[in-house]
Design a protein. Sequence first.
Lengths: 363, 447
Amino acid sequence: MKSLFKISTPAAVVTLALALLGSSAAVAQTKPWHNIGRDATPAEVKAWDIDVRPDFKGLPAGAGSVAKGEEVWEAKCASCHGSFGESNEVFTPIVGGTTKADIERGRVKNLEEGGSFPQKTTLMKVATLSTIWDYINRAMPWNAPKTLTTDEVYGVTAYILSLAEIVPADFTLSDKNIAEVQKRMPNRNGMVFYEPLWKANGKGDVKNVACMKDCPVESTIRSFLPDFARDAHGNIAEQNRIIGPVRGADTSKPAPKGPVGSSALPAPVVVAVAPAAGGSDPKVLLNANSCTACHGMKNKVVGPGFNEIAAKHKGRADAEAYLVDKIKNGGSGVYGAVPMPAQPQLKDAEAKAIAQWIAAGAK
Amino acid sequence: MSKDLSEVIGRVLPAPENHLSAEKLEEARKARRSFMGKALAMGAGVATTATAATRAMAAEGEDVILKLPEHTVGLGQPVAMEGYGKPSKWEANLQRRESPGLTRVSQASVSFTPLQGLFGIITPSGLHFERHHQGWWDIDPSKHRLMINGLVKRERVFTMDDLMRLPSVSRIHFIECGANSAPEWGNVALPSVQYTHGMVSCSEFTGVLLSTLLEMCGVDKKKGKYVLAEGADGSSMTRTIDMERAMDDCIVAWAMNGEMLRPENGYPLRLVVPGIQGVSWVKYLRRIEVGDQKYATKDEAVHYIDHMPDGTHRQYTGIQECKSVITTPSGSQTLLDKGFYNITGLAWSGRGAIKRVDVSVDGGRNWRTARMEGPVLPKALTRFNIDWVWDGKPAILQSRAIDSTGYVQPKINQLRAVRGTKSVYHQNAIQSWKVSENGEVSNVQVF
């Protein structure tokens, strides 16, 4: 069909089309929009087809040692995930909760009733090693995804596995041995494919009946929101319309004591709309770029509080230029060993706005 | 005075004016009560007298009627002052919001739709819930491409120009995050329906059927059992979809509610997978791969899996089963008086259409069947309502939906009996709202 579109005279097209209609059923079935779009080139497919399946189809050749991985980890991963993958500051932990016995059995004991580990770590859950490799390769590091080399991805994967003693500390992971390492994944036998909740026409696993009258129910309230959580989501009065059959309860105050209608209604409040993100408001920038995930306004989180940084460089003549560099390129050692990753996504003007704000006292 | 509560039009009681002091308000209340009592005794036109009586007003009537307001006596705003119109400033309380403490980084977070204030079945696009895995983008649509590769006769690339030339469909579907209502597998944790159920939205989506594109590429229907959908953003979200579903009702969509998708919802292109959890509706869709095995991507191997009591995890449980919730009155709202209410809420099912919704006001002992308020469409939000006359005594409101397969929305204890309490996803239990004597509505669990 493709050649059809190269014929320029309408008469020729009509003649040829009629001939095709008469001669080939297959062509007659082809829809008139069939050739919209174009063929992908092999280089384009290679550039985008990066997924790695559980059978390791799609895995590029390469290798990375635990030592190499540790190097990359400390520079690009530890600030969010902790030096040993144990972080609970920014993201839930990757490593922890698995044992040698789990590696033998392929099931993680801590996932069963009575499990003692407080978190469900990645390595407790994941059954397929391909998943880890694929995800690091496609989505990490957090603020600069797809910038690791293939060997770095192997190295980082090896480092994570070594922390859980799935591979030894002197191990080099590669496309040649990854299938062997898969056989040591602690929860490799822990996944169940439950088809009824995958197929559109499956049947649910939980049954209720549509009783209408005098149905069996307990008379007790099993759970309710404790008083101290009343305002945990802000003042709900400010999250409801000011007209209509109901209002939001004023959760900034305790619940009214008397029956309905016995106390004065709060005056209707319409909250001011939050300022839009963007521009060069430094606090908006801090939030939009997740700076606040690691830096508190007045307290250390992973990195120092903004007030600490401001105090340290108070009076320094080149504070602004120094801070722009630190913000853009990252660094370590000034406030401890945990490195601050580079922030390549920040525009120069944005980095400057934040640096000026810190240099001016971070208020 | 004994009276039929259904005749009391307590519900039209407006909120007091801003300028009234607490003392004045109390005066107004007392005046209203005595006035309404007389009106009822005389069998007067209840609606009008009760409404008027709720204000501190002069004998001749209400100021807002008698003194013509500015907007009645002045000149209004010109056309096109807002090239793209916004909601009234009086509606600013209804915003999508984060749940404090739920996530740690706002680029990998959730904002919840304010279901407590919405009507009908369509979610305004600006209030559609958000779930981003690595931040959102506003992508130049002229540079966006969709690639289809893998087990196809010809691997193809489509521009937005190409896609938007193709035969299109427009369908109304709900999208629900697999983790909607997740914090309450154990105990009550959230104050209002925005946070308990606000990770569901419903829109009209316009796009080309995925089946059309797959046919154009010559999909290998024998070997190709699955497709992988992949996003163009940093997270490059990937999800496995079975071929049967891909060839059925999945849409490669560019539009939502008559306009292009909003950036937060995947502009310029997202996958619509009706009935399946939102994570499969890949945003910024850049690639569809046809394959012969499932892919076990991060969000099908570490997250969005169901932790069962025996320690195993169920993988690929994507269906959003039948669910419903009462949105008015709902958690942390307050009723203004006794009397008549039009209880209203939403029901939906990932397996088909809603067949029926029952409502209980006594914690599940007795049920009545609700009215369907608007259209009843497969895999779409469905609005129901039902009469209720509140006598001022404590009450527990519940809704229970039944879908076209006959599946009945379960109670939380029934869910737990099968799936335990360690699970995170796919919590579709009946929601209970307790109405207290003071008029406040709160989130409770009863079964």
